[in-house]
Design a protein around this ligand. Structure first.
Ligand SMILES: Cc1cc2nc3c(=O)[nH]c(=O)nc-3n(C[C@H](O)[C@H](O)[C@H](O)COP(=O)(O)O)c2cc1C
Length: 169
């Protein structure tokens, strides 16, 4: 199974999560983690699983991630399973006004997932968010481990699905 992790990162936190996800790939698969500027659309042709991650900026993915997805031709992800993640600030310790605003704005991962599906991708797992302590991070304690465990679980599920699919007559 070929997996491509495409991410953007301003302060390095989303990059750490992307690397943890790529590092969780079992030895029998091929995985590439690419910063969004390095990601090449033709590589999508040989990709089984596309994982896209972005910091949440104003409730959305960064412009570079949005542009990357926009450039994928219509139906270009028809044979690709897709997963989205983001990094975000926890609303828990914020005042009621800011909590309300953050809920109103939402987070990047859900929007990324919707856009990938609109290009034909089939969603392989619900969008996930990983918490940073402040705008510049660091990641909240335990989040990298959670990202690794999340990736091991979903990548394992994809392997099983792919083997089952290929085994069909
Ligand atoms: C311009 C800007 C807007 C942001 N907007 C949000 C937001 O709407 N919701 C949120 O949870 N975090 C927001 N953040 C915090 C980011 O989630 C945080 O900077 C990011 O997760 C760090 O990831 P990075 O190190 O990969 O850049 C914002 C940060 C910046 C710089």
């Amino acid at each position: 199974m070929n997996t491509m992790v495409v991410y953007d990162s301003l302060y390095g936190n989303t990059e750490k999560v992307a690397q943890a996800i790529a590092g969780a790939m079992p030895p029998f698969g091929a995985v590439r983690a690419l910063r969004v500027g390095e990601a090449n659309l033709t590589a999508l042709e040989s990709t089984d699983l596309l994982i896209v991650g972005s910091p949440t900026h104003g409730g959305r993915a960064t412009p570079a991630i949005q542009e990357f997805i926009n450039k994928i031709p219509a139906g270009g992800l028809k044979t690709v399973r897709v997963i989205a993640f983001d990094t975000r600030i926890s609303a828990e310790d914020k005042g009621i006004g800011l909590r309300f605003l953050m809920r109103l704005l939402g987070y990047a991962a859900g929007r990324i997932a919707n856009r990938l599906r609109a290009k034909g991708g089939s969603l392989a797992a619900p969008p996930a968010g990983f918490i940073v302590e402040g705008k510049e991070g660091p990641l909240k304690e335990g989040e990298l481990e959670r990202a690794t465990a999340w990736a091991v679980r979903i990548i394992g599920q994809q392997e099983h699905a792919l083997v089952a699919q290929q085994g069909e007559p």
